[in-house]
Design a protein around this ligand. Structure first.
Ligand code: NAD
Length: 371
C-alpha cells in the first residue's frame, strides 16, 4: 500500500454503513465560559454538577461560579467503573434538589455517573471532559454491581452537549496524559478494523492517532505546551467519535475483563495492553496497519507505542498495577467465553502469550512471534 492509499482500497471493505450520532460539541480554549449558556440552551435551570473528589476541583469550582443561579448542587463522589450504589445516592440528591439537568465535569468516572443518572431520569447532560478517555461522545455505559461490570449501549446515555476546554487539561500530569492519551488512541486503532468501520471513521481515526502521538510527545516534554495540549484533546475527541460509532475488538474486550476483574486503573490498563493487542492483530489487518503506520510515521507501530509508554515512566506491566499472575488464565477464559468480534481468530495459546507478555511488561511480539 502506498502512502496515498486509504484503508478502503480492498473490495471486501468497499461497502459500508455510516451512522452518525446526535450531539453538540464546543471545542477550544476558554470554552468553559460557555457552560451557563449551553445549560440554558437545553432548558436547564437547576443543574446538578457531578465530579470526582480529585484534582479537577479547580475546574469544578469555576464551573459552579459560571453556572451561578443555574447551579443547585454538586455531587463529588463519582468513582471508576460507575458502581450502582453511588448512582443511587446521586439520584437521591438529584431528586432532593429537583435537578433538571446534569453537568458532568472530569474524566470518564464523572461522565459515567452523569450517564447513569441520565439513563434513569432522562435528564439532559452537558459534559466537560478533563481527560482523554472519550466517554463523552459515546452511547455506552459500563456499570458495576457486586464486582460484576456490565456494559450497555443506549442513546439515553449519550450526552446532548460536550464542551472541550483545552485549558482544563493543563493540570493533567504528564504521565497521566500519556496513559489517558493511549486510552484514546486505542479507540481510533480498533475503529480502523472494526466490522462496521467506514471511510469517514477511517479519516477521523488516522487524524486522531496522528494528533495524539504528536501532541503527547510535546506534552511530555512541556506539560504547559498549548499546542501539544490542543493536539491531544483534538485527537481524543476524534478517537471518542470513533469509539461511539464503531464496534471495538479484542483490545477493548481484554481491558474490560482485566480492569473489571481486578479493579485496575482504566487508562493504565489500556496503555499497557495497546502495544500487545496491536501486535497480535497486525498480521490480520494489513490496510488498517498501513493507516496506523502513516499516522505514527513508523513501521514498528506496536514497538513505538511500547516505547512511548516506557519513556513516560508509567508502569509497562499489568503485574505492576496489581494483577496476580493467576489472573492471566482467568482473562484468557473470560475472553474466549464471550469474545468481541475481532479480525484475527482467537486461539488459547497465542492469546495467553499476549496477556502474559503484557503482564510482565515485555516488549510486544511481532506477528511472527519475534520481538
Ligand atoms: P477518571 O475519570 O477516574 O480520572 C482519573 C483521575 O484523574 C481522577 O482522580 C480525576 O479526579 C483526575 N483528573 C481528571 N481530570 C483531571 C485534570 N484535568 N487534571 C488533573 N486531574 C484530573 O479516569 P478516566 O480514565 O478518565 O476514566 C475511566 C472511567 O471511564 C472508567 O470507569 C471507564 O470504564 C470509563 N470510560 C467509559 C467509556 C464509555 O464510553 N462508556 C469510555 C472510556 C472510559
Amino acid at each position: 500500500m502506498t502512502s496515498s492509499e486509504s484503508s478502503f482500497t480492498s473490495p471486501e471493505v468497499q461497502s459500508f454503513i455510516f451512522e452518525s450520532l446526535p450531539g453538540r460539541t464546543r471545542f477550544g480554549s476558554g470554552t468553559l465560559a460557555l457552560l451557563a449558556s449551553e445549560v440554558a440552551a437545553l432548558g436547564g435551570k437547576r443543574a446538578l454538577v457531578v465530579c470526582t473528589g480529585g484534582s479537577s476541583d479547580t475546574a469544578v469550582r469555576r464551573a459552579v461560579e459560571l453556572l451561578g443561579p443555574l447551579h443547585r448542587a454538586t455531587f463529588a463522589e463519582a468513582v471508576m467503573h460507575t458502581p450502582v450504589q453511588v448512582t443511587r445516592t446521586a439520584l437521591e440528591v438529584a431528586a432532593m434538589v429537583d435537578a433538571d439537568c446534569i453537568v458532568s465535569i472530569g474524566g470518564g468516572s464523572a461522565i459515567g455517573l452523569g450517564k447513569a443518572i441520565a439513563l434513569l431520569t432522562d435528564l439532559p447532560q452537558v459534559v466537560v471532559p478533563t481527560t482523554y478517555a472519550g466517554s463523552e461522545m459515546t452511547p455506552l455505559l459500563g456499570q458495576t454491581e457486586n464486582g460484576v461490570k456490565t456494559t450497555q449501549r443506549t442513546l439515553k446515555v449519550l450526552p446532548e452537549t460536550v464542551i472541550y476546554d483545552v485549558d482544563l487539561t493543563l493540570s493533567l500530569p504528564p504521565v497521566t496524559s500519556v496513559v489517558s492519551g493511549m486510552n484514546a488512541m486505542a479507540h481510533a486503532i480498533e475503529a480502523l478494523y472494526a466490522e462496521n468501520t467506514n471511510p469517514v471513521i477511517a479519516l477521523m481515526a488516522e487524524a486522531g492517532i496522528s494528533a495524539l502521538y504528536k501532541g503527547l510527545q510535546q506534552v511530555f516534554l512541556n506539560p504547559a505546551s498549548n499546542d501539544g495540549r490542543w493536539q491531544v484533546l483534538y485527537g481524543a475527541w476524534l478517537s471518542a467519535v470513533c469509539l461511539g460509532t464503531t464496534q471495538m475488538g479484542l483490545h477493548h474486550k481484554l481491558c474490560h475483563e482485566i480492569g473489571g476483574t481486578f479493579n485496575l486503573p482504566h487508562a493504565q490498563t489500556h496503555a499497557i495492553m495497546l502495544p500487545h493487542s496491536l501486535a497480535f492483530n497486525a498480521p490480520a489487518v494489513a490496510p488498517a496497519q498501513a493507516v496506523i503506520r502513516r499516522a505514527l510515521g513508523e513501521d514498528d507501530t506496536a514497538g513505538l507505542l511500547f516505547d512511548l509508554l516506557a519513556d513516560s515512566t508509567a508502569p509497562c506491566g499489568l503485574r505492576d498495577l496489581g494483577m496476580p499472575e493467576s489472573g492471566i488464565e482467568t482473562i484468557v477464559d473470560a475472553v474466549l467465553a464471550k469474545p468481541y468480534a475481532n479480525p484475527r481468530e482467537l486461539e488459547r495459546d497465542p492469546l495467553r502469550r499476549v496477556i502474559a507478555n503484557a503482564w510482565v511488561g515485555a516488549r510486544p511480539e511481532t506477528g511472527d512471534g519475534k520481538r
